[in-house]
Design a protein around this ligand. Structure first.
Ligand code: UDP
Length: 237
């Protein structure tokens, strides 16, 4: 089992941390993710993880609240996921560092690009929390941004409840067709809801390949990294 990537950004949505409960944190689910990350690390893959926060709060959840305030709450939610994942990984003996885009010295390092790269080179798993640190953005955009900054070869977009990109919602349309490959421009043109347009454009402009795959099947994160042909592969051409 040889990995085909040396440095990856794994994007875990908040939902992916919640298991069947849908909200909050499911310990068993997090342990399963941590177990896969450990396997990758032992193969020598450098892993940076961007965590979402939708299992706690999304900026657009509140209609009444000021959008920026609501978004900051969302970013704080991602930090809870970051710490939970760190805890699960460290229990398995994996050395990790959490870097936060919003400074919170008592719980995490601040995000410092060169330091993140150094951690990866030393074999530490780096978890990026608090998104980009800016309201009006998403953690998918964070994954694109961090992947460009640390020169990751690929973004692994792990999804709960779906195993790739479809031409329509497979939960509503039984005849929905799954794409094996796709271009970024098609996501924008067809309005596919897999990622927001800011994240999609950032990936497109910086030519960062993306693999969208389901996290419900065990060991899928490992399978993607060793080159099994699962999910949808999104590229520039
Ligand atoms: N968020 C933000 N700026 C960022 C990243 C995230 O404001 O750079 C906020 C935003 O409100 C978002 C929430 O954090 O709804 C949680 O992130 P996201 O929705 O991307 O999480 P996921 O859907 O991956 O669980």
């Amino acid at each position: 089992m040889e990995p085909i990537y040396k440095r990856v950004v794994l994007k875990l949505s908040g939902e992916a941390m919640a298991g069947e409960k849908g909200t909050g944190i499911d310990q068993e689910t997090i342990s399963s993710i941590a177990d896969q990350v450990k396997k990758l690390q032992s193969m020598g893959v450098e892993i940076a993880i961007v965590v979402g926060g939708g299992n706690f709060w999304r900026g657009r959840s509140s209609k009444e609240m000021d959008r920026a305030t609501s978004d900051y709450m969302g970013m704080l939610g991602t930090m809870m996921n970051a710490l939970a994942l760190q805890d699960a990984l460290e229990h398995m003996g994996v050395v990790t560092r959490v870097q936060s885009a919003i400074e919170m010295r008592q719980v995490a390092e601040p995000y410092i690009r060169r330091r993140a790269i150094r951690h990866l080179e030393k074999g530490r798993v780096v978890i990026f929390g608090a998104g980009t640190g800016n309201p009006y953005f998403s953690t998918d955009t964070t994954a694109a941004l961090r992947a460009a900054e640390i020169e990751a070869e690929v973004i692994l977009l792990a999804k709960k409840g779906v195993d790739g990109v479809y031409d329509s919602d497979p939960k509503l349309n039984f005849e929905a067709k799954r794409f094996d490959t796709l271009r970024y421009i098609d996501i924008l043109k067809l309005g596919l809801g897999i990622m927001d347009s800011t994240a999609t454009s950032l990936c497109m402009d910086n030519r960062i390949p993306l693999i969208v795959f389901g996290i419900d099947q065990p060991d899928n994160i490992v399978k993607v990294v060793i080159g099994d042909n699962i999910g949808t592969h999104v590229k520039e051409e």
